[in-house]
Ligand binder design. Structure first.
Ligand code: HAX
Length: 441
């Protein structure tokens, strides 16, 4: 058994025993209450699932196994340039709860390189699609086409013992993550570079090779890719893409199908597609104002016009966070270090100063601050990756690390089919009537 699999198995077995003992004693403990407002309001904050790999605090932002993004930028093993963490290290942390050594990360890079072969039929499937197909749609189709390779699906059909689910899922998770950069780069080169594909460079790490296959070999872009792939990886379990992966996976759909489902959620404008929408919105604003360097007053007027048109300001607001997103701040600090004199970066920073007070003045927006998607486009554009309807695919490659690490945990912990209860409005009205009656009695 490989060392990561062995460590994961030991940790998950201990956790599974601890959970069983806890539930045996305290399974009936009431830990929360639910309001009608939450039931109708998109299930905000309702605790109904377990997610081991990360946890989101409204004020402090995301913590991966207890570590914040600034901490991880310091302590995770870094790329060859010693600047930004290697996403491989974050995956190791999420899967085992331990900060890996340089050697362990090097081992993982090699593992993913060995597992990275994408079957030919996936490329043929992509080539059959109209070139104008949205990159996220292509990505979802490619991941679904790769399901033919699922170890879990094959072994389950042969008769897999439930104690072995974790093993087959681990294999799928490792293979799928290893293959995603090749698939994503293929979609990018096919859609925007006339099918001029670039062969993988197996001497590079996972993020560095991805940058290379996309066609960007500047060292700073490789650093950016490592940072990007690290900070987008996970955001606890309640967000739409993570929750979709969890839900689909709970039916024992394999990692390929569960991840494809996750990507259909990520492709929505209120979620991952917001990174595309942010850049589209900024370009429309610059176009409308006839300048690349708008004043804050001009930006404010355009923000108000967007809101008056019944639209949201993309990249702002969050269902859980109540402070500027640490992922936004990490990207801002990258820009301050490397590219602070870039016009587009300056626009993003001016938008950051302009939007929050306007959203606050509406009196209904719970979080007026920027989220992760408000900054990423400006960084990519600076290095020449300008085709912004590809951006959500980059997000998806990163998100695979978190949702698939958790999928392996979910199978190892023996989590059951997810099946929450829905209610009708008739039921809700009855609860209100009962409540009123009790208060009058
Ligand atoms: N611009 C304008 N209005 C906004 C807003 C924004 N950025 N954010 C929230 N609001 C509005 C909501 O539309 C809602 O209005 P109505 O009551 O008229 O429907 C009101 O403020 C209350 O919303 P909320 O409770 O503050 O926010 P929600 O939890 O309902 O929604 C969203 C969270 C992220 C969906 C929301 O803030 C939004 O639409 N933001 C813009 C899109 C975006 O950036 N999405 C990416 C989020 C992060 C992510 O998942 N990245 O992948």
């Amino acid at each position: 058994m490989d060392p990561l699999k062995q460590l994961f198995h030991e940790k998950a077995t201990a956790q599974r025993n601890a959970i069983r003992a806890m539930l045996k004693e305290h399974g009936e403990l009431v830990v929360d209450q639910v309001t009608l407002g939450q039931i109708y309001g998109g299930a905000r904050s309702i605790k109904m699932m377990v997610w081991e790999t990360s946890d989101l605090d409204a004020e402090e932002g995301i913590k991966f196994r207890g570590y914040s993004i600034p901490e991880l930028r310091e302590i995770l093993p870094k790329g060859q340039d010693k600047k930004e963490p290697r996403p491989e290290g974050l995956f190791w942390l999420m899967l085992t709860g331990e900060i890996p050594t340089e050697e362990q990360v090097e081992w993982l890079t090699l593992q993913w390189t060995h597992r990275s072969n994408v079957p030919e039929h996936v490329f043929h499937t992509l080539d059959a699609l109209p070139i104008s197909t949205h990159p996220m749609t292509q990505f979802i189709i490619a991941v679904t086409a790769m399901q033919s390779e699922s170890c879990f699906a094959r072994r389950h059909e042969e008769g897999l013992h439930k104690e072995e689910y974790w093993d087959a899922t681990y294999e799928d998770v490792m293979n799928l993550i290893a293959r995603l950069p090749r698939v994503a780069a293929y979609i990018y080169r096919r859609s925007f570079h006339g099918g001029d594909h670039i062969a993988p460079d197996i001497s590079k790490d996972w993020g560095g090779n991805f940058a290379h296959m996309l066609g960007f070999d500047q060292p700073d872009f490789r650093s950016l890719m490592r940072l990007y792939l690290t900070i987008h990886a996970d955001h606890e379990g309640g967000n739409a893409s993570a929750h979709t992966c969890h839900l689909v996976g709970s039916t024992l759909s394999d990692a390929y199908l569960a991840f494809a489902g996750a990507m259909t959620s990520l492709a929505g404008p209120l979620h991952g597609l917001a990174n595309q929408e942010v850049v589209g919105w900024i370009y429309k604003m610059l176009d409308a104002l006839g300048t690349k360097t708008p004043t804050k007053d001009q930006i404010a007027a355009y923000v108000k016009a967007t809101i008056d048109a019944g639209q949201v300001i993309p990249g702002y607001g969050h269902a859980v966070l109540r402070k500027p997103d640490p992922r936004f701040m990490a990207q801002k600090s990258f820009a301050e270090r490397y590219i602070k004199h870039d016009d587009m970066v300056q626009v993003v920073w001016d938008v950051f100063e302009t939007v929050p007070p306007i959203l606050e003045s509406l009196g209904k927006v719970k979080n007026p601050w920027p989220n992760v998607d408000a900054h990423s486009g400006a960084l990519l554009i600076h290095y020449g990756l300008t085709e912004f309807n590809f951006y959500t695919v980059l997000f998806g490659v990163s998100r695979a690390l978190g949702v698939l690490a958790q999928l392996a945990w979910s199978r190892a912990l023996g989590f059951p089919l997810e099946r929450p209860k829905s209610v009708t409005t008739q039921w809700a009205e009855k609860q209100v009537a009962k409540h009123l009656q009790a208060n009058h009695a």
